[in-house]
Ligand binder design. Structure first.
Ligand code: FE2
Ligand code: FE2
Length: 138
């Protein structure tokens, strides 16, 4: 058994309650996916685990984009494209995992998710948070 794949860091916090809550959940889900993918080679089980993460990611993106719309965020379209890009990369990685059952492929998905989460949260999501807080304090 293994420990935690990724730990929460203070710079992941954006100061927007709903988004932070969802990011915490997303990170916990990546950790659980990492542990559970390693414990099985069943394709059905792996698909079900990835489907859970995929569904939560889509929920989070819709929720985040709704908050951006309400805030009048001018970069919404570009941000939306990044979200779509994650979902399409996740779908193609899952398809590759179906063809190649190796645990290396499963770990590849987890590595991809971890680096995507860190880069996107501290990059693009942080840019929105900067905008959001400027609007609030104007
Ligand atoms: Fe985002
Ligand atoms: Fe996000």
């Amino acid at each position: 058994m293994s420990g935690t794949r990724i730990n929460w860091k203070p710079n992941y916090e954006l100061g927007i309650e709903d988004i932070d809550f969802q990011h915490h959940f997303f990170l916990n889900l990546i950790n659980r996916l990492s542990n559970e993918l390693r414990m099985t080679t069943s394709q059905d089980r792996r698909s079900a685990l990835i489907a859970e993460l995929n569904a939560y990611a889509r929920f989070h993106f819709i929720s985040e984009e709704n908050i951006m719309t309400a805030a009048g965020y001018p970069e919404l379209q570009a941000h939306h494209k990044q979200h779509l890009d994650l979902i399409s990369q996740l779908n193609s990685k899952e398809a590759m995992l179906q063809l190649d059952k190796s645990s290396r492929r499963a770990e590849d998905i987890v590595d991809f998710l971890v680096s995507w989460f860190v880069n996107h949260t501290t990059g693009e999501d942080q840019l929105f948070a900067d905008f959001y807080h400027q609007q609030n304090y104007r």
